[in-house]
Design a protein around this ligand. Structure first.
Ligand code: MRU
Length: 347
């Protein structure tokens, strides 16, 4: 099953509710672009390429919601919906990329106004289908980096749930597993929302890939004792110089890997590369509600004292100097990234 898909029978966008996993596999429906925006904001759907696809389908819904009778009116409604969808999460550039792509296609449309609705849906569908194909290509390139029997630390969730289908970094591991390379995964639990412990572990158990969950703070121990051959994670935005914005904790993981000579690979489609930003310091970092940090319980009791406060940046920047290579659908990009990334993004 795809993480997100269009349901023709009901005229809705359907998506796996990632807040309910691993306890329940539930599919929810969005009938309006505002409902899609809320699903992105509250992380019913999450992961950079997945929220890009969600935003594209959100525009398809907006086109159907619009009462406008002519093309300029419909386009104005689409632009307004794009603003609502684009404000939901700031770090993953795939969201803005998907909105811009669908809007650009819509603005080139010259047929009867009524046909624009089907045209926008077809463009969203195309974007989603291409995502699956792109993931397969990234996985094929990335799997060449995995040797038989490797133990890999993986951060956050980058599997089928983070995309339309297959996965970015986890897609690479899946393909290596299918090739008989027997990868073993140490799954960072990925505080505070536990995408690793909840989602990646669930996916790996579905695929029959052996794994063990570790707390994020254990990664240094496993790296420094020679128990890990590679680190793999995804990306939410990659600046022109190769700085990688990814789930909070990626930077510390990459630092510990570098100190122990373990290669760090970021796997991302070229839609995640933002050549307009010179370096990672320019990438907006989402800060989420403190409750995500404070809400954790132990033995059924809150862990923190009443009135405790917290900080909750959802992403950090791994500087390019800590990244061994970036795996894209067009191939494996090596440093110097500022020279090589544009060749892969534009090819
Ligand atoms: O906050 P999330 O769960 O949307 O963050 C997701 C990540 O950081 C992933 O690692 C990233 O999107 C790349 S994998 C598709």
């Amino acid at each position: 099953m795809r993480t997100i898909f269009w349901d023709d029978d009901t005229g809705t966008v359907r998506m796996i509710d990632q807040r309910r996993l691993p306890g329940a596999l539930e599919v929810v429906s969005c009938r309006t672009h505002a409902e899609v925006a809320e699903a992105i904001r509250n992380m019913t759907i999450r992961g950079a390429p997945a929220i890009g696809a969600a935003a594209a389908f959100g525009l398809a819904l907006a086109a159907r919601e619009s009462q406008a009778a002519d093309l300029p009116g419909l386009l104005a409604d689409l632009e307004s919906a794009a603003r609502t969808l684009g404000e939901t999460r700031p770090t993953a550039v795939n969201l803005a990329w998907a909105l811009a792509r669908v809007l650009a296609a819509a603005s080139r449309f010259t047929g009867p106004a009524g046909d624009l609705r089907g045209f926008v849906l077809a463009e969203a569908q195309r974007l989603a289908d291409e995502d699956v194909e792109i993931n397969r290509r990234m996985a094929a390139h990335g799997a060449t980096l995995i040797d038989k029997g490797d133990t890999i630390i993986h951060h956050c969730n980058t599997g089928a749930l983070a995309v339309v289908d297959w996965g970015t970094a986890l897609g690479v591991i899946r393909t290596a597993h299918e090739q008989g390379k027997h990868p073993h995964v140490l799954v960072d639990e990925t505080r505070p929302r536990l995408q690793g412990a909840r989602l990646t572990a669930w996916e790996l158990s579905q695929y029959g890939i052996p794994y063990e969950i570790i707390s994020d703070s254990m990664a240094g121990f496993f790296l420094s004792t020679g128990q890990v051959q590679k680190v793999f994670f995804g990306a939410d935005r990659i600046a022109a110089n190769g700085d990688v914005a990814n789930k909070i904790g990626s930077y510390m993981l990459a630092l510990a890997a570098q100190d122990n000579g373990v290669p760090v690979y970021s796997v991302a489609p070229t839609s995640t590369v933002d050549l307009a930003l010179e370096h990672g310091g320019l990438i907006p970092i989402e800060e989420r509600a403190q409750e995500e940090v404070l809400g954790i319980q132990f033995d059924g009791q809150p862990v923190v004292p009443q009135g405790a406060r917290a900080r909750n940046p959802a992403f950090d920047i791994t500087p390019a100097r800590l990244v061994t290579a970036i795996v894209t659908e067009n191939g494996i990009v090596r440093p110097p990234f500022e020279v090589n990334l544009p060749k892969f993004v534009r090819s």
